[in-house]
Design a protein around this ligand. Structure first.
Ligand code: FAD
Ligand code: AMP
Length: 479
């Protein structure tokens, strides 16, 4: 007889492991099937995010930023460090340690919550049956009242630059360079391309980013995106917009890349090339012919607002489904489906999912951009205030960037908050809270903000929407 579970989750990334823990908390007999083997050769939970995504990239972003500061900023503070030395091995080992600590922590949480971690591959069949193929041993068929598909995503391949993880790498390979490439090419000026490009630029690479689209960060408020472009260019990232890569030819230790832009065809040779052109849902092997779930035209598993697929009792979450490919979106969907299974009415607020780019300065946003609101035709007001007017930012030598609010003129409701600057990933949470609570901009204007703090720029930007900011000269008074 096959083993029966209340909930089987396929995929142990931030969506899947959270769904499994929450389901177990709610009293369900739960299993999570995860097939990942980490770089040490051991089975690992945590998915893309903990193993080869959010966490290792942030570890390297933090290490490389410290190096950059020691090189460029310490002297300003009167700190001399002598000749700087980069021990890349130690830097990479530290990153691996952080990853192991976190992925091991998820395994502990599974034990504590009595979630069965089934190490191997899962495939959904008809009638909520799941074929489980262990890493070792025979295949077995499991049954479940509920199945949560959380298989995540993988990097998109492009035939014009085939990844070999040596010279041409994807985001996973770009976390493992054993020496700093002298000349580094990056295809794609999206979140991942900019973050990984920044890591290696700070460590000394000469970085060129080739981006097919003419607009920089099209999903980001364009006032913020334009300023970000200036800042990143100042840091030495050579970003070519409207530059479509059309081919690549590898030599022993370099790659010649051809690309076209408005001026015609160009060629450039790099020591290493990162392909960061986006990610696609990972459905290979996940669904048997008779599984019954529907895919949409882009191969995402089709789900409703609460992540139900077309098969009753089967849910899909995270990077496998529509919406931004972000760990925190996957996490909240994991919580939601477990609670929906339990008959609760949990609903992720998709209008208040923040986006962050962990460059320096960071870019973070939530809600609508000015461009989106303008297009809707509804009257709106904006307020933008630079960190250059903030004492704490100046004291820290972190005065690049700004906070901007987009506000509904009629209702005074906050529609969007956009930040380029220090700790933008933390500051944006104030916008998330505002949207969740349906705050008016007046609410933020009337709040007391600690001084000196970076958050004061949030306050000033709120005041600026009504020409009431104190620390910037505002051109026009409110009538
Ligand atoms: P995943 O994390 O992809 O996990 C899915 C898991 O399912 C995988 O471990 C896979 O092995 C397993 N699996 C797949 N198929 C099967 C099967 N058939 N049987 C068993 N197991 C299976 N997001 C952020 O929010 N913030 C960031 O800073 C950030 N940085 C990133 C940096 C990089 C370099 C990358 C690549 C991504 C980053 N992301 C970031 C995105 C984030 O990693 C994803 O949005 C998130 O991991 C999605 O979670 P998930 O649970 O849907 O899938
Ligand atoms: P994201 O989806 O945010 O990770 O961004 C990936 C980026 O890669 C997008 O902005 C694409 O326009 C860009 N891109 C895709 N293919 C190419 C290509 N052949 N040459 C240059 N840029 C590309």
């Amino acid at each position: 007889m096959s083993e029966k579970y209340d909930v089987i989750v396929i995929g142990g990334g931030p969506g899947g492991y959270v769904a499994a823990i929450r389901a177990a908390q709610l009293g369900y007999k739960t299993a999570c099937i995860e097939k990942r083997i980490n770089k040490q050769g051991d089975p690992a939970l945590g998915g893309t995010c903990l193993n080869v995504g959010c966490i290792p990239s942030k570890a390297l972003l933090d290490s490389s930023w410290k190096y950059h500061e020691a090189e460029e900023a310490f002297a300003d503070h009167g700190i001399g460090v002598g000749k700087l030395n980069l021990d890349l091995d130690t830097m990479l080992q530290r990153k691996d340690k952080v990853v192991l600590q976190l992925t091991g922590g998820v395994a502990q949480l599974f034990k504590a919550n009595k979630v069965d971690w089934l190490q191997g591959t899962g495939q959904l069949k008809a009638n909520k049956q799941v074929v489980f193929k262990p890493l070792e041993g025979d295949e077995q068929t499991l049954e479940a009242e509920n199945v949560v598909l959380a298989a995540g995503s993988v990097p998109i391949d492009i035939p014009v630059a085939e990844v070999d993880q040596q010279i041409i790498v994807d985001s996973t390979g770009a976390l493992e360079f054993t020496s700093v490439p002298k000349k580094l090419g990056v295809i794609g000026a999206g979140v991942i391309g900019l973050e990984l490009g920044s890591v290696w630029a700070r460590l000394g690479s000469q970085v060129t980013v080739l981006e097919a689209v003419d607009t920089f960060l099209p999903a980001v408020d364009q006032q913020i995106a334009k300023e970000a472009m200036k800042q990143f260019t100042k840091q030495g990232l050579d970003i070519h917009l409207g530059a479509r890569v059309t081919g690549s030819k590898k030599n022993k230790n370099s790659v010649r890349v051809t690309y076209t832009d408005g001026d015609g065809e160009h060629e450039e040779t790099f020591d290493r090339l990162i392909v960061a052109v986006g990610r696609r849902p990972y459905t290979e092997g996940l669904l048997s012919q008779d599984a019954g779930v529907t895919l949409d035209e882009r191969n995402f598993i089709y789900v409703d607002n609460q992540c139900r697929t077309d098969v009753p009792g089967v849910y899909a979450i995270g990077d496998l489904v529509r919406g931004p490919a972000l760990a925190h979106k996957a996490i909240e969907e994991g919580v939601m489906v477990a609670e929906v299974i339990a008959g609760e009415h949990t609903q992720v607020n998709y209008d208040a999912v923040p986006g962050v780019i962990y460059t320096h300065p960071e870019v973070a946003w939530v809600g609508k951009t000015e461009e989106e609101v303008k297009e809707s035709g509804e009257p709106y007001k904006t307020g933008a205030v630079p960190f250059a007017a903030n004492g704490r930012a100046l004291a820290a030598g972190e005065s690049a960037g700004m906070v901007k609010f987009v506000v509904d003129e009629k209702s005074d409701r906050v529609l969007g908050m956009h930040v380029l600057g220090p700790q933008a990933s933390e500051l944006v949470q104030q916008g998330v809270i505002s949207l969740e609570f349906g705050a008016s901009i007046e609410d933020l204007q009337l709040m007391v903000f600690g001084h000196p703090s970076l958050s004061e720029t949030v306050h000033e930007a709120a005041l600026a929407t009504d020409y009431k900011a104190i620390h910037v000269a505002q051109r026009r008074r409110k009538k």
